[in-house]
Design a protein around this ligand. Structure first.
Ligand SMILES: *[C@@H]1O[C@H](CO)[C@@H](O)[C@H](O)[C@H]1NC(C)=O
Ligand SMILES: *[C@@H]1O[C@H](CO)[C@@H](O)[C@H](O)[C@H]1NC(C)=O
Ligand SMILES: *[C@@H]1O[C@H](CO)[C@@H](O)[C@H](O)[C@H]1NC(C)=O
Ligand SMILES: *[C@@H]1O[C@H](CO)[C@@H](O)[C@H](O)[C@H]1NC(C)=O
Length: 294
């Protein structure tokens, strides 16, 4: 199992290494590797220091993949294609890949449990799937996409960038599919286009929370940092470094007991639920929400 991140250079890798990104041997002989994927920061003033830090990190932890392009939002698609190519050529036997942002909390145990019984040599792509998203046609938006760049009325279904899981088989197929798809500046959508090309329908799973916890509607009295709630999820997006630490420590507290809780008594989310095919019955995210994750 290979874990991979889009990290912005300002981010603290160490929190991920020490919490949910821990490498090693897990239950049932599952072996996990964690990698950080980087381009070069655009701010040239900061470059000498960054270079020294990264050299140190890379030599110490040997978990960094660095490519020679500007590490900017609109270059994330390049990161995607480079990563897939790297998987195909340098890590061809990987069984499953989780790929996510650095500001997520990942419940690795739940992901491993979900993957139990899944076959790595068949197609699998699971996440918080966004369906029927429309290109933004307002020129004032950061995510403005002119008609000549994308003429279609709707994007193909795609996974929100917080994190998703795919089989090694799907990753290898994507690596060649993505070479045939014209580069599109929004990486999540681009990957959706590659999936469409190989005819893989991404599955939606309740445990993936790309947009963070929609508190009021999901569970009225929910406390954001109720570890019993997070325990049920797989990926939660938009957390700060201290929040990731806190959540990790709360969830790994041996005293944690979630069985005798008083309220709320029943959870609307059960990550053990089956994955669902993304065929028209999911929430239609509004255009504004679709891109807040970046
Ligand atoms: C670039 O990096 C320098 C040194 O770290 C910093 O002082 C400056 O604010 C940065 N510039 C921008 C535009 O982020
Ligand atoms: C992507 O990276 C290339 C190579 O570093 C750079 O020339 C280009 O300006 C970057 N594009 C964006 C949109 O940041
Ligand atoms: C993926 O790996 C296969 C087998 O090594 C190779 O033939 C193919 O060219 C690679 N594809 C890409 C996109 O690198
Ligand atoms: C839950 O049960 C444990 C052990 O029975 C107890 O120590 C703990 O205080 C209880 N928690 C609540 C919220 O009732």
């Amino acid at each position: 199992l290979l874990f991979h991140l889009f990290l912005s250079p300002r981010y603290n890798f160490q929190v991920v290494r020490r919490t949910w990104g821990k490498e090693g041997l897990f239950k049932n002989g599952v072996s996990i590797r964690t990698l950080f994927l980087l381009g070069v920061p655009r701010n040239r003033t900061a470059l000498p220091l960054w270079d020294r830090l990264l050299t140190y990190e890379s030599q110490t932890f040997k978990d960094i993949l660095l490519w020679d392009f500007d590490d900017t939002f609109f270059n994330l698609t390049l990161k995607e294609t480079h990563f897939l190519e790297w998987v195909n050529n340098s890590c061809p036997h990987v069984k499953f890949i989780f790929k996510g942002d650095a500001d997520v909390y990942v419940n690795v145990e739940n992901i491993l449990e979900m993957l139990q019984g899944q076959k790595p040599d068949t197609d699998l792509f699971v996440g918080d799937i966004i369906i029927h998203a429309k290109p933004i046609r307002r020129r004032s938006s950061k995510y403005y996409v002119p008609e000549f760049v994308y003429g279609g009325g709707l994007y193909p279904n795609y996974a929100g960038g917080g994190g998703f899981v795919m089989s090694g088989h799907t990753a290898r197929r994507l690596s060649s599919a993505c070479q045939q798809v014209e580069l599109f500046p929004i990486d999540d959508v681009f990957l959706g286009m590659c999936l469409q090309l190989i005819g893989v329908k991404p599955s939606r799973h309740q445990g993936f929370r790309t947009f963070g916890i929609p508190r009021p509607s999901a569970a009225p009295h929910l406390q954001t940092f109720d570890p019993c709630f997070y325990r049920e999820l797989m990926v939660v997006h938009s957390l700060s470094v201290p929040q990731i630490w806190l959540m990790w420590n709360l969830l790994h507290d041996p005293e944690l007991s979630c069985h005798n809780r008083t309220s709320p008594t029943s959870w609307p989310f059960r990550w053990k639920d089956k994955m669902v095919e993304t065929e028209g019955k999911e929430t239609d995210y509004g255009e504004k929400q679709v891109f807040v994750t970046h």
